[in-house]
Design a protein around this ligand. Sequence first.
Ligand SMILES: [Zn+2]
Length: 61
Amino acid sequence: MTAVPTNERCGARRPGWESGPPVGINRIPCVRETEHDGDHWNAWMQRWPNRELRTATGVTA
Ligand SMILES: [Zn+2]
């Protein structure tokens, strides 16, 4: 797993777990880099779909 600096992380929360403090496995935000493609995942390797999938052409990961 690639470590991403905190200020460069996506930080998305799992749907339904956005509210409240980032405490508990289900509220841990995405640790992937900002602007990443594909699923979000957290430090526990829980994955969830990215609802803002970029389908624009010309974007390379
Ligand atoms: Zn993410």
